[in-house]
Design a protein around this ligand. Structure first.
Ligand code: UD1
Ligand code: UDP
Length: 387
């Protein structure tokens, strides 16, 4: 029987991390010819992921430029991807999540009537500007996709509400948990000398990552002020902040936090280091989507630095709180947890609302079933209650 050609399209760090376990599995599957095309909407941060997970792209559109606009990414990705799709003629295109690469990848496939599999489908805030532009990217992907790989039942329900056919929606868990299962190790040794020497028993580590477009400018400034207030109020805390490569993030974060004796600004960490740093942190503050999913699996409380989230599962599991982006609200919520050990303990429970490490396998099997190469569908992901 002829191999199925599956073209995966990846542009940014989170797509790399979340597609890595699936791409590796597709590469090992005899019935599948797996082809990877990068848009390279991100460059260094994506290359870091690919080298870590030992993944080789067949194509690289290399489109990143400094302070790029959404139009630049969309237009260049669409044009570049069309050429690859025409050349490779895949049976299916896979895209992940909600970036502009993902949306352009879906659209490029649609223009050539290639079915799209959407990994991490159905996340919604119902607010078209938060997160911006991701909420609309997700909706475009859902309109186009043939197979919807919803990480949780909530995301499945969102898709049903939009009238999508139930038989094309599959609850798989999120592939980010597949990746996380391979990266966290108790005896992990950090490459970064400062992290390697750091005594994690002597301080309570606050780990921060923030980069969303809607938080650039004033909200990110407020976040930095809040972090300074917390460092001052709690002398036993230490702040680690691996700063995203976006120049608009870097200018604000360096302006307000550089040089603080109990803050260390780092370059973006490779995923192994970042996951192991999460596991050693006391409290995580972030506007990142992926980190909101990973932290509960590690039993680390998260304060979500946004006004709305498309990931309500961790809020429901009691391991995350929506802290907003004002200095006052962040300081108030973080102080509550830093002061009150029982409130902290109630949040610091391992929960896996987002996955069980088997998402890639389910997705691979659903694709094979779709093409008539498997008789049955896998059992859907179903979360177990927190410990
Ligand atoms: C993108 C995604 C966002 C995702 C985030 C993950 C869109 C619109 N946004 O946002 O959904 O949460 O990635 O991190 O798809 N840069 C570098 N090197 C890199 C990466 C970025 O220098 O490796 C700089 C460049 O100047 C680039 C800028 O960061 O122009 C912004 O990158 P871009 O992909 O446009 O937006 P992100 O905010 O990273
Ligand atoms: N991450 C990483 N190094 C860092 C910060 C984050 O590897 O210094 C990982 C994190 O563990 C998660 C992913 O990057 O898997 C999230 O990506 P990002 O925050 O860039 O995007 P988002 O998830 O918000 O779209």
């Amino acid at each position: 029987m002829q191999e199925l050609k599956i073209l995966s399209i990846v542009g940014t760090r989170p797509e790399g991390i979340k597609m890595a376990p699936l791409i590796r599995l597709l590469e090992k599957t005899a019935e599948i010819n797996s082809v990877l095309c990068l848009t390279a909407q991100h460059r260094e941060m994506l290359d870091q992921v690919l080298s870590l997970f030992k993944i080789q792209p067949r194509y690289d559109l290399n489109l990143m430029k400094e302070s790029q606009s959404l139009t630049h990414i969309t237009a260049r990705a669409l044009e570049g991807l069309e050429k690859i799709i025409l050349q490779e003629k895949p049976q299916m295109v896979l895209v992940q999540g909600d970036t502009t690469t993902t949306m352009a990848g879906s659209l490029a496939a649609f223009y050539h009537k290639i079915p799209v599999g959407h990994v991490e489908a159905g996340l919604r805030t119902w607010d078209k500007y938060a997160p911006f532009p991701e909420e609309i990217n997700r909706r475009i992907n859902s309109v186009i996709a043939e197979l919807h790989f919803a990480p949780t039942d909530i995301s499945r329900q969102n898709l049903l509400r939009e009238g999508l056919p139930a038989e094309k929606i599959f609850v798989t868990g999120n592939t980010v948990i597949d990746a996380l299962k391979t990266t966290v190790q108790p005896g992990f040794v950090f490459d970064d000398p400062f992290l390697r020497e750091f005594d994690f028993n002597s301080s309570r580590v606050l780990l921060v990552e923030a980069h969303r477009r809607e938080n650039l400018g004033r909200p990110l400034q407020e976040i930095c002020f809040a972090l300074r207030d917390l460092l001052q109020a709690f002398p036993d805390t230490f702040l680690f902040f691996p700063v995203h490569k976006n120049p608009a993030v870097r200018s604000t974060v360096y302006q307000y936090l550089e040089g603080h004796p109990r803050a260390r600004l780092l370059e973006p960490l490779d995923a192994f280091s970042f996951h192991n740093l999460m596991a050693r942190s006391y409290l995580i503050l972030t506007d990142s989507g992926g980190i909101q999913e990973e932290a509960p699996a590690l039993g680390r409380p998260v304060l979500v630095l946004r006004d709305v989230t498309e990931r309500p599962e961790a809020l429901a599991a009691g391991t995350a709180l929506l802290a907003g982006t004002s200095r006052e609200s962040i300081v108030e919520m973080a102080s509550g947890l830093l002061r009150d050990s029982s409130a902290y303990a109630a949040m610091a429970r391992a929960a896996n609302p987002y996955g069980d490490g088997m998402a890639s396998e389910r997705i691979r099997d659903i694709i094979l079933h779709y093409f008539g190469r498997r008789r049955s569908l896998p059992e859907p992901f179903s979360p177990v209650s927190p410990n």
